[in-house]
Design a protein around this ligand. Sequence first.
Ligand code: GTP
Ligand code: MG
Length: 442
Amino acid sequence: MTRGTRAIVVHADLGRRQRRDVSARLEEAKGLALAIGLDVCATSAFRVRQSRPATLFGSGQVEEIAALAVREQAELIVVDNNLTPVQQSNLEKNCAAKVIDRTGLILEIFGERAATAEGRLQVELAHLDYQAGRLVRSWTHLERQRGGFGFLGGPGETQIEADRRMIRDRMARIRRELEQVTRTRGLHRARRQRAPWPVIALAGYTNAGKSTLFNRLTGSAVVAQDMLFATLDPTMRQISLPGIDKAILSDTVGFVSDLPHQLVAAFRATLEEVLSADLILHVRDIAHPDSDAQKADVLDVLADLGAVAGEDDEAPADSAVPVLEVWNKVDLIDDPDHQAAIRNRAEHEPDVALVSALTGEGIEALRRRLSDILGKSHRRYEFDLNGREGAALAWLHAHGEVLSETAEADGGEVTIHVSVRMEPADYDRFARLHGDQAGLIA
Ligand SMILES: Nc1nc2c(ncn2[C@@H]2O[C@H](COP(=O)(O)OP(=O)(O)OP(=O)(O)O)[C@@H](O)[C@H]2O)c(=O)[nH]1
Ligand SMILES: [Mg+2]
């Protein structure tokens, strides 16, 4: 798939209760296609009463799609749904064009954006997982890449087995490499927390303005543009807040509805930065017509990661991170009545800050708010204690709220990883009392 490829975007409206209407879905799908540089010539939605196992769309609809592709001279059809391998290959045959589904498209975008070694490994892992799922009935995808494996004979069950094994081996290797990278980052995290500076993580729907706010608050210049998934790799900078010595702000990948589960799994380590934060700033494009649906999608992903309590959870998770909603892009609300209503709502909601990252409105108030929250709140610290230091562990249980505790044996040495929420003053006391002998990660 190359930039500038002529493409049409189609969506099957399956009539399920959706958070957004069909035209908004199509608009977003078009945005995803544009994000990878496709030349989108036409978009169209089809009401599909009964999804067909062979083609998803009804036969008349397939003809319409084929005709549209011909009329627009499109080489590629983006289907904004998830397709089975069989549906994908039948559609390709019937429409005489290449077909990519929603998950495939998002994986392509991530593949193009990944800039760090870690990001590339994560995307490759997600891609392999996606391919492995497609091997069940269709091996044609891999055939192209097989190259040197031709000696194994004609494709058949044996070939599928061989492909599966190849993918499995490669996935195992990537997982090991990723573990290594993650471990290094985990150490960085521990070192940072020992400082101990509070960490604020930005989270939110793609294009909500996270990077723009990040730049506004830190005075840096990370890429922020009107494009879905502009940011992929996490970035951290120091920000200064009134009355607070130092704090770290982290920008990260945006979310989207129906984020492929392979990606969430692969990006878990990166997204876990969000989990270990002291505060999550949930940045929302409050001027977007689908703002509420986007919020629900973001909360789904955060709940999935265990950062916030999910809709079905009875009580907030122990480790839940406090969330402040940042209603961004207030400058974009044209209708004065709507603008007034939003301002009024923001004022009365306890955990909402209204800003425009672009004009700077509300930013100073947000800074004060952050100082307030971080100044008061307990922070989260992580320790690696030597198994013999029972006294240090007991102290942590007595003075802090232990969020998790896991033991790991390496030879005769037992290390206990403890994650604790406590006041910075208590942390200082702990460090004075047990610091060196407790074996803090340094
Ligand atoms: N009018 C207006 N535009 C904004 C505001 N904040 C961000 N934008 C614009 O919204 C677009 C997306 O901003 P980004 O900061 O890249 O969004 P993001 O959340 O980092 O997006 P991803 O990294 O793609 O997930 C850019 O064109 C910004 O200039 C704002 O307060 N007002
Ligand atoms: Mg960004």
